[in-house]
Design a protein. Structure first.
Length: 266
């Protein structure tokens, strides 16, 4: 029997913004109150192998009321990882807050769903509503990386490394993918924007920025099937993640959490 590696998962906060409940649910919310949003990147580590999930936004993305606390590469430095060490980076989707600093990782190969690239370079980008969250400079930059043979395209479910796989869900964008990671506590699913907040997948409620509502709702079922349990699903922007999981160190409380460890209180 082949033993899979067990990865450490670091959730690193690099930005935040205020928000209201009405901003985060399709159709609004009758109990409108403050509901801020955190912005994360995620590092997977097993021995010498490092895999980054998403690259955050750059200076161009520091708008829409967002507060950039630290560059994503600077967040990695907090746990002793340099950008030049990264050889594999999974991009869950190409919205500007997930694919904005790829130039900071000159040695990396970027793992992307083929359908996502087709989406951002195809007919749907004629429509302002759909293209608004994308940055044409990011899209163009990824196309240049294709020509440099630095993009690995996947179609649906794919293995990135032993113990790490990607799974196309769609919904939020045409080619959105989640990441399934084998850890000491079992299979953890980094949902990214398949579920911005815990409440989305827990109550089957949709985020209003959506390409395909049906796929988004079906995606909730898929991530539940992929994860060891519902406690193994990590939403993409929920500030609760940092309070539910142990900090990487006392000094990094509220900045970096360890998702491979059991949630606090369990």
């Amino acid at each position: 029997m082949v033993m899979l590696p067990e990865y450490e998962i670091y959730c690193l906060k690099y930005a935040e913004r205020p928000g209201r409940r009405r901003d985060h649910f399709l159709g609004g919310d009758p109990h409108d109150r403050s509901m801020p949003m955190d912005y994360f990147i995620w590092l997977l580590r097993s021995g010498e192998r490092l895999i980054l999930v998403d690259t955050g936004f750059d200076a161009r993305g520091a708008q829409y009321g967002r507060v950039l606390l630290r560059q994503p590469a600077a967040a990695l430095a907090l746990i002793g990882v340099e950008a030049t060490q990264l050889k594999d980076i999974i991009i869950t989707h190409l919205h500007n807050d997930h694919a904005g600093t790829f130039d900071d990782f000159p040695q990396a190969c970027f793992h992307l769903q083929e359908m996502e690239m087709a989406y951002v370079t195809g007919r749907h980008m004629r429509h302002k509503l759909l293209r608004r969250p994308f940055d044409i400079e990011h899209v163009g930059g990824l196309v240049r990386l294709v020509y440099q043979n630095r993009v690995a395209f996947h179609s649906g479910d794919a293995l990135v490394a032993p113990g790490v796989s990607v799974h196309r869900l769609g919904g939020h964008t045409m080619g959105l993918q989640c990441v399934r990671v084998h850890t000491q506590r079992g299979w953890v699913v980094l949902a990214s924007d398949a579920s911005h907040y815990y409440e989305h997948f827990e109550k089957s409620r949709c985020f209003p920025l959506v390409y395909h509502v049906g796929e988004m709702i079906e995606g909730f079922s898929t991530i539940k099937q992929l994860a060891e349990s519902i406690e193994h699903i990590i939403p993409g922007h929920d500030p609760q993640v940092l309070s539910r999981y142990p900090a990487a160190s006392t000094a990094l409380q509220g900045v970096v959490a360890r998702l491979d460890l059991s949630p606090l209180g369990l």
